[in-house]
Design a protein around this ligand. Structure first.
Ligand code: MG
Length: 371
């Protein structure tokens, strides 16, 4: 989504909206918001989109180049929420315009962190995370030179306290049953293995320009403290609130202001009574150690870890491997990648896509061995 601010009754003017294949949802949203431009990623749906927008004044387009065009439209804020590596080119295009880019796509930073950060430096774009943990850090980050540690909180997912032998037998339904957030299956399974937190550690390292050893991960089952920043004077600043994505999304859209959200439940600490914190068990959640190793090695290893994880999660959803097989696959692919290429960053987007494809092939070989 590409938004320009507006005053009075409406907060934003929508310059462009995009969707992958949900042409009905896209057309409805474009009409409701009076968007100037609507893009469907799947070119075979162009005719249907054009038909649905007939006579509305909303311009219709389709295909990957049109996604990039949407991202480059003049705007104050572009929300990068396209899932997967498909989101990288449009996100980079938005970053290069120098506008504020609200990032909801993990791959932008996990796979192309260095490219995005360098492009933002060159254009003056502000990268503003929508992911709740990074959004929390963004909100309380000040005097970067005085930061001693970033502290990411993790709910621990549905298997926070589940013994290893029971995790081995976990079903897809159990893995998707997240205690605090209603999310899609991929990110829910990533929460169950805690790979989600590992990928978030990589995101934080790029976004806040720090090394993995200065990022702590702490389990906090209530998901009330969304993350914290520790300073070298002993102060720790945190952002708290009920788990509701409308808060970080509105913060990113309204930045540098805040907008009222009357529909969001208020935090009542006395009623909650207690907030718990603990350390994740490295034996049950090897994804965190793998992510640290990838982060320390650089972008090439992060790309491999992410690609292997996507293939392994797909295999788990198809019942080709068990839950614990996911991190067996990611661990094996990461080890191979580090052995073959060492560390460092990809030279270009094309290089990144090559590394992604190679890691997927390695993951598929590993999956068939486990199967
Ligand atoms: Mg998150």
């Amino acid at each position: 989504m590409v938004a320009r601010p507006l005053t009075a009754d409406r907060h934003f003017r929508v310059a462009a909206l995009t969707a992958h294949r949900d042409v009905e949802g896209l057309a409805a949203a474009a009409l409701e918001t009076s968007a100037e431009f609507a893009v469907i990623a799947d070119p075979s749906l162009y005719g249907e989109l054009k038909g649905r927008l007939q006579g509305s004044g909303v311009e219709a387009a389709a295909g990957p180049d049109a996604l990039v065009e949407a991202a480059q439209r003049p705007a104050d804020c572009v929300v990068a929420a396209i899932v997967g590596v498909a989101g990288l080119r449009p996100t980079l295009a938005a970053v290069r315009t120098g506008c504020r880019v609200a990032i909801a796509n993990k791959e932008s930073l996990v796979c192309a962190g260095r490219l995005m950060i360098d492009a933002a430096r060159a254009s003056g774009a502000v990268l503003l995370p929508i992911d709740s943990e990074h959004n929390a850090i963004f909100q309380v980050l000040q005097q970067k030179a005085r930061v001693s540690q970033l502290i990411l909180t993790a709910s621990g997912g549905p298997f926070r306290d589940t013994p290893l032998d029971q995790m081995r037998a976990a079903t897809v339904e159990q893995a998707c049953d997240h205690p605090n957030w209603k999310m899609g299956p991929k990110i829910s399974i990533d929460s169950a293995t805690m790979m989600n937190k590992g990928l978030e550690l990589i995101e934080a390292a790029y976004l806040f320009d720090t090394s993995e050893d200065r990022i702590d991960i702490v389990i906090h089952p209530q998901s009330i403290v969304h993350s914290l920043v520790a300073y070298d004077d002993g102060s720790v600043l945190a952002q708290l609130g009920m788990p509701d994505m409308r808060t970080p999304i509105s913060y990113a859209l309204a930045y540098p202001h805040r907008m009222a959200l009357p529909g969001v439940a208020r935090l009542d600490l006395a009623r909650l009574g207690q907030l718990d914190f603990s350390v994740p068990d490295p034996a049950r959640f090897p994804a965190i150690g793998q992510s640290r190793a990838a982060c320390a090695a650089g972008g090439k290893a992060c790309i491999a870890l992410n690609a292997a994880n996507e293939e392994a999660v797909a295999a788990f959803r198809d019942k080709r491997i068990g839950l614990l097989g996911i991190t067996e696959v990611t661990g094996a692919v990461l080890e191979d990648t580090l052995r073959a290429s060492g560390g460092g960053e990809p030279d270009s987007f094309d290089h990144m896509f090559e590394l992604d494809a190679a890691a997927r092939r390695g993951a598929l070989r590993c999956i068939s061995r486990l199967n």
